[in-house]
Design a protein around this ligand. Structure first.
Ligand code: 5RP
Length: 230
């Protein structure tokens, strides 16, 4: 497939996504994230399907359909058991490689698939870089039992506003987005959100789980170190 830029941001997404695909080696087991940036990673892997012979795990139905349409072999997480590398996008990346994810409502599956991998690689255009997580809002996947009760509990943790998405996750759950303002301590907020009954998963991914971040803009692609201790 040829480059099909419609804007600088689209071109940067493609550049970052394709750059990370170069890390994938023949025979690897690969976690495939969700979104318009990792889309290009999947396209790049699809262009080398026969050569690479990969076994992939998809984080969403959308990614599953893209990958299988390109001829990639996709299995369930349980079938794969363990992954060599997972590549995914993000909505925000701070200076310590903490991430906001879940703009596509897939962060629960994305967090599982990231944790299955020896190496977690993030691909973004430079507009995703932030001083502090927060402006995008923190996506929350919530059981469809008492979403308003959960939203109140999240407000009690400091969210000034909690929005309900009209979309559901691939798991059939409710999607919320909570606005905390600049998040000074992502690890502390992540722990507090994880303790709220009814939240299936929150969209804060700690930098200590990230190995590399590929950031692209008009000047090209940079590879930043993640926050995972080496
Ligand atoms: C989906 C995600 C995506 O990775 C995130 O929204 C980034 O998407 P895009 O690359 O389209 O900007 O977390 O749940």
């Amino acid at each position: 497939m040829t480059r099909t830029d419609t804007s600088a941001a689209d071109g940067a997404k493609e550049a970052a996504g394709r750059a990370a695909a170069a890390l994938v080696e023949p025979g690897m087991r690969v976690g495939l994230g969700t979104g318009s940036t990792v889309h290009w990673t999947i396209v790049a892997l699809g262009e080398r399907t026969a050569e690479l012979g990969l076994t992939c795990v998809a984080t969403s139905q959308r990614t599953h359909d893209l990958a299988t349409g390109l001829g990639l072999r996709v299995v369930t997480p349980d079938e794969a058991g363990h992954l060599d590398i997972t590549i995914d996008g993000a909505d925000e990346v701070d200076g310590a490689a903490n991430l906001t994810k879940g703009g596509g409502g897939a962060h629960t599956r994305e967090k599982i698939v990231a944790a299955m991998a020896d190496r977690f690689v993030v691909v973004v255009d430079s507009t995703k870089l932030v001083g502090r997580l927060g402006p995008f809002g923190t996506p929350l996947e919530v059981l469809d039992f008492a979403p308003a009760v959960v939203a109140h509990a999240v407000e009690a943790l400091g969210a000034g506003r909690v929005e309900v998405s009209e979309q559901r996750s691939d798991n059939g759950n409710v999607l919320l987005r909570a606005y905390f303002g600049p998040i000074e301590e992502p690890a502390a907020l992540a722990a507090s959100l994880a303790a709220v009954a009814g939240i299936v998963e929150h969209g804060i991914f700690l930098g200590t789980t990230v190995d590399d971040v590929f950031v692209a803009d008009v000047a090209g692609v940079r590879r930043l170190a993640g926050g995972r201790p080496r």
